[in-house]
Every structure is written in C-alpha cells, then in structure tokens.
Design a protein around this ligand. Structure first.
Ligand code: COI
Length: 361
C-alpha cells in the first residue's frame, strides 16, 4: 500500500494573514486561510501532493470542468473547543460522500489517506484561523475538478483534488421563509440528485432568485415525478416536527444524504424522540401547519447547521399563500438539536458517536 501521507510536500508561509481579519466577523466564504492542499491526478494515479500558500491557479479556457461540469465538492467544519483544542467533525463521512459523487460523475476516487492526511496537515498549519466564537467554525471545502485541456465530450483524464478553508459564522443570520418550488425540479430518478455535484447548485440559483424576489430566502424542492413530495431545501436537507415526531424525507437517489441530517437523526433517536424517514407530502405539511400538528420546520446542513423556517409559501393561482409556523422561540426540538450539536463540537458534552477528530496542537 502506498503511504501518501509521507509524500505531502509542505511549502508553508512564515507569517499568517490572519491578523488582518476579525475571523469571528468575516462574511461566509469570502476569506481564505493561509494555505491549501492540492493533489493532481494524471496518468491514472494521484501524485504531487502538496500544501502551498492559498493562491489562484492558471488554467486553460478549454479545461474540461468548465464545459461539462465534472466538478464535485464537500462541505465540512472544524471547531475550536472551549479548552482551545481544534476538532474536525465527521471527516470520514465527507470523504465517503466525495467518493460516491466521484463514482457517479466518472471521476477518480480519492484514497482515504490523501483526504485525511491532506486535511489534517492543512488544519495543523492553519488552526489559528478557527474562530472561537459560540457559532463560529472553520468551513472546509474539499473539491475536485476535471482539468484536462479538451473540449470533446468525454471523461477527463486529469483532475485536481483541492482543500481550501474559510472562517465562518452563521450562514443564515435570521430564521428563513421558504417557498415551495413547483415549476422547476432539482433531480430525477436516475439523475445526480444524491451527489454533491456543482451542477446541482448551479441549477438552484435561478429558482432561488425568483423566490428571493418574492421575499423568500430559500426554496423547497419537490419530487419531479409527482410534484407532491418535499425533497430538500436549496442549500440543505429539511425536517419537520409533527405531533412530537421528527419527520424528514427519506433518502433516495434524488436527495443529498446530508451529514448534519444524519447527525440530527442519530441524536433524536438517542434522546428517545420518535423519528420517521419517509415521503413527506406538501399536503401533509401544509394541512399539518393549519391544524397545529406541524409545529417546527427547519433546514439542516453543514453550512446552515440548523436553520429555522418560519413560513412556508405556496403558489395558489396567481397568489402565494403563506403557512406560518409557531414562533421560533417556542420551538423545542430544533433548538435542542442545535444546542446539542454545538455542545458536542465545543467539547461540553461527551462525543458519544465518535464524530470528532482532534487536530494536533
Ligand atoms: C454545505 O452546507 O456545506 C453546502 O455545501 C451548502 C452550501 C450552502 C455551502
């Protein structure tokens, strides 16, 4: 077996740019840490593993990813615990999902040791960038792009796997309103809805803009087959509480298998809260809100963590009808999951699921 970790070349800066920023205040995804990890895939294998100062790169306008969308990514986070330790959350789950995306997009899988060692060594160098605020984290973006200079429609023969990182606070500063999207669809059976491909996000931008123009921050995607079942929100999975049961759309090949979704389900089960993963129809949720049975709706995702949904809008004829949920302050479950996740990450309660990996001091 090749031990890739031995061959990571490190070109480290002897100063840090971090002093230029208040990392507890920077906007999401705009400021990047001092270094980045890069690996090249050429001639059928990963090579030239390196950590270099964060930089721009030179590319050909014919680079394959730009034309045919062989581009996949992950989102994960590192946290600063109350005792100063830096931990990374569920990194092997992100690695496994990256590889599921790679297979579907006909891209090479990334060996575990490249992902893990690249990430841990990068974090070791850049841990000064991990915010210590209550809701702060270092958002980590591993991604892979097809880099062959070729515009024939074919599988690229060359790729880069890259990890960059960016200090982050809350993604949604306020609870959000979500509009049911019943004109455009995110994914079809047999499609790429279950993978974290760039194109899944690109296609969400126009419907999201239409919703934003009407005063909603997010959309709720429906299944493309019947247009009846809620699948996920634009940037995250979605959950509801109905009569004290936590309900979330079941995983199919049209839904992203969110790691925060999975974490919340595991926490709920451990707490003895009933959970259901199944098809969730629009009618069930909207009628449930009207009858007072659906008391909470929230998005769950790495960037968003837990994002409270105050209102679900649905187009009815030319108008949009709002279905308003109980006030956020009265919600029991979403606050509980948010706090428990934070307490685990901050090291305030035991990490019983083994989700955290400590970055060497
Ligand atoms: C994440 O939650 O990590 C995502 O990839 C979604 C995007 C809003 C940043």
């Amino acid at each position: 077996m090749i031990t890739y970790s031995e061959s990571i070349q490190i070109n480290a800066l002897d100063y840090s740019r971090v002093v230029k920023y208040n990392i507890n205040e920077v906007p999401f995804g705009k400021v990047f840490t001092d270094h980045m990890f890069i690996a090249d895939y050429k001639e059928g294998h990963w090579q030239n593993l390196r950590i270099v100062p964060y930089q721009k790169f030179e590319m050909s306008y014919a680079m394959s990813a730009l034309h045919y969308g062989q581009a996949i990514f992950e989102g994960m986070k590192a946290f600063r615990q109350d005792n100063g330790d830096v931990v990374v959350f569920r990194m092997r789950d992100n690695w496994a999902r990256l590889n599921r995306s790679a297979v579907r997009m006909a891209m090479p899988e990334v060996p575990e040791e490249i992902f893990v060692e690249g990430l841990l060594q990068l974090l070791k160098l850049d841990k000064v960038w991990v915010p210590d605020s209550e809701n702060g984290s270092l958002y980590i973006r591993p991604f892979m792009i097809a880099t062959e200079e070729a515009i024939g429609v074919k599988i690229s023969s060359e790729y880069q796997f890259i990890i960059i990182a960016s200090p982050a606070g809350v993604y949604y500063s306020k609870p959000i309103k979500a509009l049911i999207q019943n004109t455009f669809y995110r994914s079809v059976k047999g499609g790429i809805g279950y993978v974290k491909a760039a194109g899944n996000y690109g296609r969400s931008l126009y419907p999201t803009k239409l919703a934003q123009d009407r005063g909603y921050q997010q959309i709720l995607w429906l299944d493309a087959e019947k247009g009846r079942y809620i699948e996920e929100a634009g940037t995250m999975n979605v959950m509801f509480v109905k009569n004290g049961t936590l309900i979330t759309p079941e995983l199919t090949d049209t839904l992203l298998s969110g790691i925060t979704r999975d974490s919340v389900l595991k926490l709920a089960r451990k707490m003895g809260i009933p959970t259901e993963e199944r098809r969730v129809s629009v009618e069930e949720i909207l009628t449930g809100i009207e009858k007072g049975e659906v008391t909470e709706a929230f998005g769950v995702g790495t960037a968003a963590t837990v994002a409270h949904i105050t209102t679900i809008g649905r187009e009815e004829g030319d108008l949009i009808r709002d279905y308003v949920l109980p006030p956020v302050e009265e919600r029991k479950y979403s606050h509980l999951f948010d706090k428990t996740l934070r307490d685990i990450r901050k090291g305030r309660i035991p990490d019983e699921f083994g989700w955290l990996i400590k970055v060497e001091r």
